[in-house]
Ligand binder design. Structure first.
Ligand SMILES: C[S@@+](CC[C@H](N)C(=O)[O-])C[C@H]1O[C@@H](n2cnc3c(N)ncnc32)[C@H](O)[C@@H]1O
Length: 293
């Protein structure tokens, strides 16, 4: 196994060039980030800037074979998507970081009136969505978008979305940039709209492995061997993040599962977080209306 050695802070730019070359030639070897704060901050910036490239390589390599369809969303959050009789048209959903469509296609199949906007930073992922057998232009608006930098309201009408889903997406983004994503989705979410989040939680087996391999580039933030990043959430971190961006927490919890991998003879303690947030704009608007009467 080849190991890239860490350099000191004053040699950072040549180090970043080395990191770049490393990921260019291999995604299997281990890369060890340096541990000073300055280096870690620069690496977070570096990987944020290169997110499109690394995620695009991920989908070129794995195509639509990596993630399984997420049918559990209907079971856990069905009421948020359902087309109840008072809605002549179905609800409008925005899935940010849709990947190859493992969240959106089960939803489109289960809720016949649902309309889905689906965006991803990777052009290859969006191509996979558009070439999916169940893709229909009248049900799915799929487009390339870096949710940290590109204005979602250029593609979606302001205040028009009922539910935003962030399924293993926020964790791919540097924690310093997460508030930018929340501001971006707030502009297209209805004043009483919801955000549904499912993601990796602190203490997950994968985090422990990345920590053991010294892949940390910030607090609870890691880079994988292929250059994609992964943050591990606590309940406090996630609810404060949303509160500071003007969302109320409706529900939040961490859940656990032990998964046995027979071929590798290991037991993995997996931990995920799931949460529901509500846009606070409706309560501000309601209290303003009430105070007028
Ligand atoms: C772990 S995958 C999850 C895919 C999908 N949500 C699902 O349920 O399978 C994370 C996705 O986030 C996308 N992503 C990462 N950073 C992004 C950004 N800044 N803007 C939009 N998408 C991003 C990646 O390309 C990737 O498809």
């Amino acid at each position: 196994m080849r190991v890239l050695s860490a350099t000191s802070a004053h040699n950072l730019s040549s180090f970043i060039t080395a990191v770049h070359r490393h990921h260019l030639h291999s995604h299997k070897t281990v890369f060890r980030p340096p541990q000073t704060d300055k280096c870690q901050y620069s690496l977070q910036e570096y990987y944020q800037k290169k997110a499109k490239k690394y995620w695009d390589s991920f989908y070129k390599r794995h195509q639509n074979k990596f993630f399984k369809d997420r049918h559990y969303l209907e079971k856990d959050w069905g009421s948020y998507f359902s087309d109840d009789s008072c809605f002549q048209n179905g609800k409008v959903v925005l899935e940010v970081g849709c990947g190859a469509g493992n969240t959106i296609f089960p939803l489109v199949a289960a809720y016949p009136k649902l309309y889905v906007h689906a965006c991803d930073i990777s052009p290859c992922a969006i191509q996979l969505v558009k070439s999916h057998l169940e893709f229909r232009e009248d049900r799915v608006n799929a487009f390339v978008c870096d949710a940290v930098r590109d204005d979602l309201s250029a593609k979606i009408n302001p205040s028009s979305v009922d539910v935003v889903t962030l399924i293993f997406m926020l964790s791919a983004v540097s924690p310093k940039k997460m508030p930018l994503i929340l501001q971006n989705i707030k502009a297209v979410l209805k004043p009483d709209g919801y955000v549904l989040v499912r993601d990796y939680a602190i203490g997950d087996f994968a985090q422990v492995k990345l920590r053991d391999k010294n892949q940390m580039i910030g607090d609870d933030f890691f880079v994988r061997g292929d250059g994609t990043c992964s943050f591990y959430f606590s309940e406090d971190f996630l609810s404060s993040l949303f509160l500071e961006s003007g969302f109320n927490t409706i529900d939040i919890n961490i859940y656990f599962k032990q998964i046995q991998n027979h071929s590798r003879d290991i037991v993995m303690d997996r931990r995920w977080i799931r949460a529901i947030f509500k846009n606070c704009d409706s309560s501000i608007r309601n209290s303003t209306l009430n105070s007028r009467h």
